[in-house]
Write a protein that binds this ligand. Structure first.
Ligand code: ATP
Ligand code: MG
Length: 397
């Protein structure tokens, strides 16, 4: 078969619906793309007609193109992608190429259809004419194949675009969402559990750049538990880009609550401190929201009443994003598996939430009673001391 160039075509998702600032979104997307492609060689990047063309610029990069495409599948803002053969806009060349191309691409598929797409209207054949001719050529080179337009095993795309014709037979799902960083910054409350890394990922997918905040409770929680959270952040940054992991000690706060407050209120009181510290972090980092992995009814502190009492310590200008509020555990687990955090999360290390866990946590806390119990504490001083304990670990992809 004649040697042809292979290029990656990235089809943009929601970005194409943007108006005047579409260029800004595309720039963020291509910045992310360039950063990711660096590992795989030298590639030219060109954006045209809602598609980004990634072309290898030397032999080594051409050899790595399938791995580069896998990396491109992590770029937020891309709906789908493919590795396509690039052919001159010449019908004879297309037809002499396509029969053998399918022979080499197919893996046991018996039926196919051709989707011809002529976006360059100066090309002499219409899309249906192009599809029919290519289909006939594929049949004559692959006698055991049949056309099935309704439910084909294989769809062959022949796209006549501005500069060339692109032929491909398998689409890869893109990461979807909005370009990395396009939504601004938020503070993710990152525990060692399953939910919060996945919550960070789904928000990053919508363009949020993530600052992670983890609370530990040394010596009640171990060095190994902290290491687990660092590993989670490392996994996340494969998708989310750079993450600064802020680690704050809750030890003094937890000991004070245990000493001075009603046991049943322990978790709600602790979560109010977490929110106060998250808001402080958000303000000092220029972040506009807080993200948690909470899910309605999952545990006592995630009932409507408990979430309300927790939220009430926050100012109204810092929203809390709880992307899994209405998700079942199984749905969250599926996401955690997909991004590779699940196997780390299920390692059994203690979390600060499990330290001094009450036997009968209140499920319908009343704000006035919680505040009364909390009045035994010097909240401002405890918050100040906790902030002073902050350590930062920079996590890089
Ligand atoms: P799991 O997957 O077991 O539910 P979790 O981390 O979600 O783990 P929860 O008790 O459900 O544990 O906590 C609710 C949310 O509070 C978490 O999703 C996370 O956003 C935040 N959180 C809990 N513990 C911590 C912690 N130690 N540091 C930072 N955030 C925390
Ligand atoms: Mg949870």
């Amino acid at each position: 078969m004649e040697q042809v160039n292979r290029v990656i075509l990235l089809k943009l998702g929601e970005v194409v619906l943007k108006g005047l600032n579409r260029k800004n979104f595309e720039k963020m997307l291509t910045d992310d793309l360039k950063r990711r492609l660096k590992k795989y060689g030298n590639y030219g990047i060109l954006s045209s007609q809602s598609t980004i063309y990634v072309t290898p610029l030397d032999k080594d990069s051409a050899l790595c193109i399938d791995d580069a495409a896998k990396e491109c599948a992590k770029v937020f803002g891309v709906a789908s992608l493919c590795v396509a053969a690039e052919i001159d806009k010449d019908l004879d060349k297309i037809l002499s190429f396509i029969g053998n191309y399918i022979k080499s691409e197919r893996k046991g598929e018996k039926t196919f259809k051709v989707v011809g797409k002529r976006s360059d209207k100066s090309f002499p054949l219409t899309s249906p004419e192009l599809s029919a001719l290519c289909g006939a050529k594929i049949l004559s080179a692959n006698h055991d194949m049949k056309v099935d337009v309704n439910n084909p095993d294989m769809v062959v795309y022949v796209e006549v675009r501005d500069y060339a014709v692109y032929v491909h037979a398998s689409k890869i799902h893109g990461a979807g969402g909005m370009p990395a960083g396009s939504a601004g910054k938020a503070v993710l409350l990152l525990s060692g559990g399953i939910d919060s890394p996945a919550a960070g990922y789904v928000c990053a997918k919508r363009g949020v750049s993530v600052e992670a905040l983890h609370f530990d409770s040394f010596p009640y929680t171990s060095e190994r538990a902290r290491q687990k959270v660092i590993e989670l952040a490392e996994k996340m940054c494969d998708y989310c880009g750079n993450i600064s992991l802020h680690i704050i000690s809750l030890t003094e706060i937890q000991e004070s609550i245990k000493r001075s407050c009603k046991e049943d209120y322990f978790t709600v009181l602790l979560r109010r401190f977490m929110m106060r510290l998250a808001e402080k972090a958000a303000r000092s980092l220029g972040a506009k929201a807080i993200i948690t992995g909470e899910s309605l009814g999952q545990v006592a502190s995630q009932t409507m009443s408990a979430l309300t009492v927790t939220n009430s310590v926050l100012s109204s200008d810092v929203p809390v994003f709880r992307p899994f509020i209405a998700a079942d555990k199984e749905e969250i687990v599926n996401i955690a598996r997909k991004i590779g955090t699940f196997d780390i999360s299920i390692q059994p290390y203690e979390d600060c939430c499990t330290v001094f866990l009450p036997k009968h946590p209140v499920t319908k806390p009343k704000k006035d009673r919680i505040e009364k119990s909390e009045s035994a504490l010097d909240v401002d001083r405890l918050v100040k001391n906790a902030v002073a304990s902050e350590e930062i670990v920079e996590i890089r992809p």
